[in-house]
Design a binder for this molecule. Structure first.
Ligand SMILES: [Zn+2]
Length: 282
């Protein structure tokens, strides 16, 4: 599922494709993805929202991102874009579109979302758009410094809590903890000042590394999709030798367990044994 780097990839692609362009036609093939509000039930599209989208999506100004949300600003309003689990924007002809935007260049931009957990929320009012864009989100994981992590919950779950820090999902959080040498089951408030600096740095390196890996193309593949290539050193590599340990002469094998319903991979050589005081993993 898309995390901060994949959403930033999308923001950059939409910005590149629409720079100096006008949208000449909005085709809504599946109205369920166009919603009245950010908190509307997924797939609860509305005719009013569809009308608003047609009115707003004309002269693009620019795109902002906080965490996994994009705000696309237009002369007549804004669009709040969500990718959810399977949403993506592409350029060029494609099957099973939800929404198509035709540009004056002849290009066609398509929004796909088989699971319907993403969507588009149009706003004519700029203040309402900005409020929805930032509601219930902590500081952006890439652009802001990592806030102090508190509480008895496991540090990985706190990193994935969008109200604490926005943009990290399962893969980015676990890979960052591995880079920082912190066990994912540590209680958040057990992270000391030195570890916090290391983790903050690891989060930035992790996100920038993934962004670099995604490159500047038109298509992005989500690693959790069936059959997708796995470019990550830790994710889904249980039993393999840890590439971070090898240069230090250790031969640690990557381990796996379930945490908060999601798979977690970790290395005992880099991250130590599980803490004796168990964190809350719910
Ligand atoms: Zn290791």
């Amino acid at each position: 599922m898309p995390e901060l780097p994949e959403v930033e990839f999308c923001r950059r692609a939409l910005s590149r494709w629409t720079q100096g362009r006008t949208i000449t036609q909005v085709e809504i093939a599946d109205p369920r993805v166009v919603r009245d509000s950010r908190t509307a039930r997924p797939s609860a599209g509305s005719a009013l929202a569809a009308e608003c989208l047609r009115h707003v999506a004309r002269h693009p100004i620019g795109l902002d991102r906080v965490g996994k949300r994009i705000l696309w600003r237009f002369e007549a309003g804004s669009l709040l874009l969500h990718l959810g689990m399977t949403g993506r924007w592409t350029r060029g002809p494609s099957a099973f579109p939800k929404v198509r935007l035709h540009l004056d260049s002849g290009d066609v931009l398509t929004f796909h979302d088989p699971r319907l957990l993403g969507g588009i929320v149009p706003f004519e009012d700029g203040r309402a758009a900005h409020a929805a864009f930032t509601a219930d989100l902590g500081p952006d994981a890439l652009l802001a410094s990592l806030p102090r992590l508190t509480g008895k919950r496991a540090v990985k779950l706190v990193l994935m809590d969008q109200t604490v820090v926005a943009g990290l999902g399962n893969v980015q959080a676990m890979e960052a903890l591995w880079r920082a040498g912190i066990h994912p089951l540590r209680q958040a408030d057990s992270i000391d000042a030195v570890e916090h600096v290391r983790l903050s740095d690891a989060v930035k390196r992790q996100l920038l590394g993934t962004l670099t890996m995604l490159g500047e193309g038109d298509e992005v593949v989500y690693v959790e999709e069936r059959g997708a290539p796995n470019p990550f050193p830790l994710y889904q590599r249980a039993g393999e030798r840890c590439p971070q340990c090898a240069p230090a002469g250790r031969t640690s094998l990557i381990q796996h367990f379930r945490q908060g319903g999601r798979g977690t991979w970790w290395c005992p050589g880099c991250q130590g044994e599980p803490p004796r005081v168990a964190a809350d993993t719910g």
